[in-house]
Ligand binder design. Sequence first.
Ligand SMILES: N[C@@H](CCC(=O)N[C@@H](CSC=O)C(=O)NCC(=O)O)C(=O)O
Length: 277
Amino acid sequence: MSLKVSETKLAFGGEQRKYTHYSEVLQCDMAFSIYLPSNKQQKEIPLIWWLSGLTCTDDNFSQKSGFQRLAEQHQVAVIIPDTSPRGENVADDDAYDLGQGAGFYIDATKQPWSEHYKMYTYITEELTGIASTLVPHFSGKESIMGHSMGGHGALVIGLKNTKRFKAISAFSPILTPTQVPWGIKAFSTYLGEDQDSWKSWDASELIKVTEAPPIMISQGTQDGFYPEQLNETIFLKNATENNQLINYKKEEGYDHSYFFISTFLEEHFNFHINQLS
Ligand SMILES: N[C@@H](CCC(=O)N[C@@H](CSC=O)C(=O)NCC(=O)O)C(=O)O
């Protein structure tokens, strides 16, 4: 195992750590961040997964959201993966919404992407195994949240693993990737033109047939990507038809940025903690 700590910072009494490791699933070197609360009372600690959006690394959420205060307050660990495989030998594209920084949390099947782009398996298997060794007194309880492309990732991973994740939440998620420009571009590149193969990576399809854990979604009304990339209509319709309750909230005047995320993050943490306790 090549796991190495590259950074440790004290934040609100807990530790914000950055790790590097060689990923067998992605076949490249990767970095991720994790926050470990102080756990002065030696209690069992749950784990929240945060998945970031296009162009991000694990640093965006770590450095811009201020989540550490909430994680320490609620004594919860938080793990933040990178958004794609990385490196000179990893396929890439000049566009911001394809290639490195845009892994879409799926397992690619089309060459050259399928060599490395296996973010779903990386997160649900390899990084899961690593996380379980890093959280002292881990309670085994997990939930998942994310932003934009990461909101899509949180919903897809949560809905594919409903026994595992106790809650799912998302800021400005891509809810129907098979029908919006970001998703169509990524899925046709990573999965090929057979659109049937896209469906198992679309939250609007999964919500039709899944008994979902509690789901909360926040969407700013002044988000420049809304409604084109982030339209909620199909997801909410399919959820209603399958009797799945979704707490979908529109926030007047907010945009797509981390200012929006940091404003409503406490509400999302409270929602997760209620399910993880
Ligand atoms: N115009 C930007 C587009 C990239 C962008 O807005 N990325 C968002 C996520 S969008 C959906 O997944 C983001 O989180 N950016 C990082 C941040 O710290 O704000 C561009 O061209 O790069």
